[in-house]
Design a protein around this ligand. Structure first.
Ligand SMILES: [Zn+2]
Ligand SMILES: [Zn+2]
Length: 166
């Protein structure tokens, strides 16, 4: 399913009085964004509150994420959860980033994409004591041992060591 699924028709909420709250819950097994980034088991859970500015959204987005161990690169499927707290403006002025069209359409695709990206973990470990890959021969030190010199030498000092060895 492409991200057009995240263009919500919210005209009926805008007709309500200030303070009116409506819950939304979407589950999309495969979601493909405009830039072709795809996520699976996507879920959006939020409350939309009618405010003088438009709609204020509070909730969270989540999806599966194929992470890999930062040391040994082992695949580590995980769940990304991003908090959602944003106002979509109605009626919209030009300078506002998140707007609702005159027809009552609210495109959440770009916001959801951004929330998922910033929530993706940048550093994950399969085990806190993961031994990682050997920098010389590339074997996984969790499963195998190698005969490479294992002096965990600082890369800056390694240059010095090379000079001394010659
Ligand atoms: Zn690892
Ligand atoms: Zn090695």
């Amino acid at each position: 399913m492409n991200a057009d699924a995240l263009i919500l028709q919210v005209g009926f909420v805008l007709k309500e009085n200030i303070g009116y709250t409506r819950s939304f819950d979407y589950e999309i097994p495969e979601l493909v964004f405009a830039d072709n980034h795809a996520v699976s088991n996507f879920e959006l859970v939020m409350s939309a509150i009618r405010t003088p500015q438009g709609l204020h959204l509070e909730g969270e987005v989540s999806s599966d994420f194929e992470a890999s161990c930062s040391r040994c690169l082992r695949s580590l499927p995980t769940r990304v959860v991003g908090p959602l707290s944003e106002t979509f403006h109605y009626p919209a002025k030009d300078e506002e980033e998140f707007i609702i069209t005159e027809g009552g359409e609210m495109d959440m695709g770009p916001l959801v994409r951004e929330l998922l990206v910033v929530s993706e973990p940048s550093y994950v470990l399969c085990e806190t004591d993961c031994k990682g890959l050997c920098p010389t021969c590339g074997i996984n030190r969790n499963n195998e041992t190698c005969d490479c010199e294992s002096d965990n030498i600082d890369p800056r000092l390694a240059i010095l060591k090379t000079l001394l060895d010659n």
